[in-house]
Design a protein around this ligand. Structure first.
Ligand SMILES: [Fe+2]
Ligand SMILES: [Fe+2]
Length: 182
């Protein structure tokens, strides 16, 4: 399966999000969420299969190793602190971000078990299937809150300068800042 960028904002999300979408960091994060949803669907397929497809397992493993840590860092180190600084008390954003950051902690704690299951290369036990399905379900719930609440407020509250700083950090995180002339 291709590991190239998905190419368009409405691609099939079969590869990492295209860095060209970093022209608007919020668009990039929204596209990363589409990518994460595609991965959740793949995890559900693996959990339901009599014999998990090796390519599917390797694809999800590569996502967990290479893409998810970058996405979590984009939010934890840039998006969330910037929103805490820019939002009004009436936005009541702190309590939502606290919950999302707690979810990130759980995701990091759960990932080693998920990785171990995906590496088995054999039929999964029932409790292993349930663990994979739980991981995908929690991830989807998390994305719904971020898409419905966080990203629309970010688009309204963050300034052009904020977005420029976020873009630079996201490019540096990916080792792309010099390549793209940031
Ligand atoms: Fe998140
Ligand atoms: Fe996210």
């Amino acid at each position: 399966m291709s590991r190239q960028g998905s190419g368009t904002a409405r691609g099939e999300h079969l590869g990492p999000t295209n860095p060209r979408l970093l022209g608007n960091p919020i668009d990039f994060i929204a596209e990363d969420h589409m990518r994460e949803r595609a991965i959740c669907a793949m995890i559900d397929k693996i959990a339901a299969a009599e014999q998990p497809d090796r390519d599917d397992c390797d694809h999800v493993l590569a996502f967990l190793r290479e893409e998810l840590p970058l996405h979590l860092a984009d939010e934890d180190e840039d998006l969330f602190p910037m929103m805490r600084a820019r939002c009004e008390p009436d936005d009541e954003i702190d309590i939502i971000i606290d919950r999302l950051q707690s979810d990130h902690g759980h995701a990091l704690t759960d990932t080693p078990d998920v990785v171990a299951l995906l590496r088995r290369g054999s039929e999964l036990p029932d409790d292993g299937r349930a663990r994979l399905t739980d991981f995908a379900t929690h991830s989807r719930r998390h994305i719904i809150v971020e898409n419905a609440i966080i990203l629309p407020i970010a688009r309204a509250r963050l300034s052009k300068d904020d977005l420029d700083i976020m873009r630079l950090h996201m490019l540096k995180r990916r080792g792309l800042d010099r390549l793209l002339g940031a």
